[in-house]
Ligand binder design. Structure first.
Ligand code: GDP
Length: 362
């Protein structure tokens, strides 16, 4: 068989072209970096250099329930503490649909354009049930997420047994060490998360809808009292008039509230997060609040009280975890619970029984 025959045959093997490299070398480098097992020193060095990927990985350690990852996380946090505390921390709250993500994106972009470094964290006590839909949805805050001066951390997608707020509090330390000087804490779920957000931020910003009274806004009593700045969002299109009315209603209602400890009278603004109209004015007010509370020393006092709160909270959480993870306890817990539900055992006696078991067996 000649060579030509071979080429003309249907059975010949085509020489083909050189297969392109299926792995982008840059992505491969990034992948290697992501897969590398990092030491405490690696974490600290990269966090302090503002590396957002490593920051994200360190927050994953904080959120992990594996003891060895927790230990590593604690070492990283400890080393970052000396570089933390220098940011301004703002809680952004309001009922679902009020526009928290849209507002945070508008404010975040406004700030990064001014050269600030903005981190967005979330407190989501319901993350277990909702599978962390909040901020986890990639279409949210797309523009801000793409900004090199911003860091957005989706809330944990479940699996955290409790103390979610504590994890957010620890994540703040790392974000500050990474150089983020404005931290926005988005709350999700109504009630519990506002109180947690209040315990770790310097300013509480409450978003409201135009044309809806307190009852309609689903606000729990006490939330309005926590607000340092209230913002009627969606003040655009047909809503402009309604937003102005809501602003006046809100201001009237606030007149009857006692002056808060900060001495700062709650301010009410309107804005459109979609067009970013009013964002600049809100930022000016945030700065006024910051200067006011720094001058009258409330800022420092509040931070000290928050530290005290987190001191006890951390002890309580650790004791609780140890107790419920103790083998002697887990093996008895369900059984006692069943007896209590059947009315066969008094809850106090059952609890004392378990506590005795725990403390006397140590
Ligand atoms: P969240 O659940 O509080 O985070 O609310 P989102 O930010 O997801 O917003 C809920 C809906 O309100 C979305 O459809 C937004 O586009 C819309 N929205 C948010 N802010 C504004 C605003 O300022 N004006 C208008 N017209 N719509 C807005």
């Amino acid at each position: 068989m000649t060579n030509t025959n071979h080429i003309n045959s249907a059975l010949h093997i085509s020489k083909g072209v050189k297969r392109p490299n299926s792995i982008n070398p840059e992505a491969a480098e990034k992948y290697k970096r992501e897969k590398k097992i990092l030491t405490v020193q690696d974490y600290i060095k990269n966090i302090k250099n503002g590396d957002r990927i490593i920051l994200s990985k360190a927050i994953t350690l904080i959120e992990s329930s594996l003891p060895e990852q927790q230990q590593l996380a604690q070492k990283v946090i400890k080393k970052c503490l000396s570089c933390s505390g220098n940011s301004f921390r703002i809680a952004v709250t309001g009922v679902p649909g009020v526009g928290k993500s849209t507002f945070i994106e508008a404010l975040g972009k406004f700030l990064t354009n001014k050269g600030e470094k903005v981190a967005v964290l979330a407190i989501d006590p319901t993350s277990k049930k909702s599978k962390g839909s909040i901020l986890g949805d990639k279409t949210r805050m797309e523009r801000l997420a793409a900004d090199p001066n911003a860091f957005i951390r989706p809330s944990p997608s479940g699996g955290i047994s409790g103390g979610v707020a504590g994890k957010t509090r620890e994540s703040i330390v790392l974000c500050e060490a990474a150089g983020f000087n404005i931290i926005l804490i988005e709350t999700v779920g109504v009630g519990q998360s506002e109180t947690a957000a209040h315990s770790m931020t310097d300013l509480f910003l409450l978003l409201l809808l135009p044309g809806a009274g307190d009852e309609l806004q689903g606000l729990k009593r006490g939330i309005m009292e926590m607000a340092d700045i209230a913002v009627i969002n969606k003040a655009d299109g047909n809503n402009i008039k309604k937003a102005e009315l809501a602003k006046r209603d809100c201001e009237n209602a606030l007149q009857f509230y006692p002056l808060p400890e900060s001495g700062w009278k709650t301010k009410v603004n309107t804005c459109s997060s979609i067009s970013a109209c009013g964002i600049g004015e809100i930022w000016n007010e945030i700065n006024d609040y910051c200067n006011f509370t720094k001058t009258n020393n409330f800022f420092a006092q509040k931070r000290s009280l928050q530290s005290k709160y987190w001191f006890y909270e951390t002890i309580n959480k650790a004791l609780e975890d140890r107790f419920y993870q103790h083998q002697q306890i887990t093996s008895r817990l369900k059984q006692l619970e069943t007896e209590i539900l059947k009315g066969k055992l008094h809850p106090f006696i059952a609890a004392q029984n378990l506590l005795d078991r725990y403390f006397h067996n140590k």
